[in-house]
Design a protein around this ligand. Sequence first.
Ligand SMILES: NCCCNCCCCCS
Ligand SMILES: [Zn+2]
Length: 620
Amino acid sequence: MGTALVYDDEMTKYKLLWVDPVCELEVPERLQVSHQALVRSGLAGRCVPVPVREATDEEVLLVHSAEYLEGVKKTPFMDLEDLMAFTQQYGDVYFHPNIYHCAKLAIGATLQLVDRVMTGKVRNGMALVRPPGHHSQTSQANGFCVFNNVAIAAQYAKKHHGAKRVLIVDWDIHHGQGIQYCFEDDPSVLYFSWHRYEHQSFWPNLRESDFDSVGSGKGAGFNINVPWNQVGMGNSDYLAVFFHVLLPVAYEFGPDLVLISAGFDSAIGDPEGHMCATPDIFAHLTHLLMNLAGGKVCAVLEGGYNLTSLAQSVCQTVQTLLGDPPPHPANLGGPCESALESVHSARSVHKKYWSCLQHAGEPSTKTCRPAQQDGPQGPQSNGGGEAQKEAIAWPEPLQRVAPSVRTALVLPDAVPCADGCERFSPAEGPDSMATAGLRKHFLKESEDGVNVKLLYNITALVGKMEKNEVWHCLPFPFVPSYVLCVCSKHLHINFNHTLTYGCGDTVGLMQAALGLLLPLGYQYAPGLVLLVRPPGCRAREDLWLQLTGLLQGLAAGHTLVLVQENETASVGITASCLLGNAAPSLGSLAAPGPEDVESFERLRLRLQTDWPLLQTTETW
Ligand SMILES: NCCCNCCCCCS
Ligand SMILES: [Zn+2]
């Protein structure tokens, strides 16, 4: 199944007709540069093009009031004076004779995407739209938004596709208050948003954007706000929130659809965000969501006002939706103190609603630490609207070149090759340092009779992966069961980092994968991931497929999965996972067993000093 791309340049045909320094950022070029970047990189050509359509009144009314819709309907016939007057009643937004048409196309594009994903015509996709939507509310436009595209899409998916649980991930740098208000008391829609907040001093300056707005009534626990109280947040801060707040809850929630309010003003260089996360991080954020909901992920453009980082981030997102493994994550350290405070606050206020957070600490009674002079990544201009003094530069994301063979299988002749894969012939070609290292190690082990021929094949495969000729492979059969990460600097297998972690059940393993293995792996930055399925894991096939999917975020996707002799049946589904197809949904996860929680916490606390991406609370 493919990846849909929904775009129409009609949505570039409105713009600001008067002087307004707040709104001048929201320009038609935002959509043009994003689409052109997708075309030039060849990514658009790999997507399934899906036409836009206008939303019907009924679809607009899923979220907005009739009187608001009636008012907006009049704007195409207004002259400049009336348009300015009409605009005055709302905040930080502008109208144009063609914006009503474009706003209906933005909803229609989003719903076209939802239709194709929910009916299985495509696996996932992206809608490149403007005007954005996440700030607009029942009866008002706000923050460049006229209709709430993503909120309407969630209601539409429930009503027309029987979606029971919809997860909305809003990674835009502004709080999508319009979405929060829409689902405040609705437990069928889990809304997650991080946003620049600076203790309510950043727009839209709302008290209800803070971490203690958790939803109300039956919706309590289904609204998660992670406020950024400093600018300069980077890749490690974003990943820490995914590993320790969003993903554990998302897997417990078990959505049947994921909508991403994909705003890229949270990327480096953005005049609104003032953050430092690089465009490649959106490849990882997208990847980490792609095994939820059986892979049904719809990304919908919201903000993003630096045309360079916007275009690069859109490409990173779409290339990952297409199934290409993300690049090696760049310069990961631990999250900064301010980010840790935000992570801790969100976890502690939600521990009563989500069993995966049951061991989170209590809300910190500490007053917030005196603000550092500089943001975590050095000096940033501190004003919301201040123009950045020095132009921010960052390296262009590296080309993510797809090797000729994506997944190779080393199988006994009797076992049929899974479709889409290549059967790998035994080792040939000169030993690289890497394969020599592996060979030396494995041969040392060969006293206990492990299949030496197989080992040669494995080491040859590693050599091919190292030369990026093959991404994944599935040599088979194999005996021992341990997972080891092979570091990327030079190949040494450092068993100090072998992490043995016994789990009672699937839930415990899944939470350990999210809160321990992934942060550790991302920080360790291995050159190769060797995933060995222990005997008898057929019983947890879906869990192992989740792990196989998630771990492809490491080592630029170079994954070696070793399968037991008696598990021929799992070769096909494992190969499918290595080919980029989503793992089957786990559904909603139950509570992890207390003993699992105990051992998980003990291990995390022991390791977090050396591996700061494991931290979930501030260290002071
Ligand atoms: N000082 C007021 C700044 C208002 N900025 C509005 C930004 C809307 C972003 C939509 S993603
Ligand atoms: Zn925004």
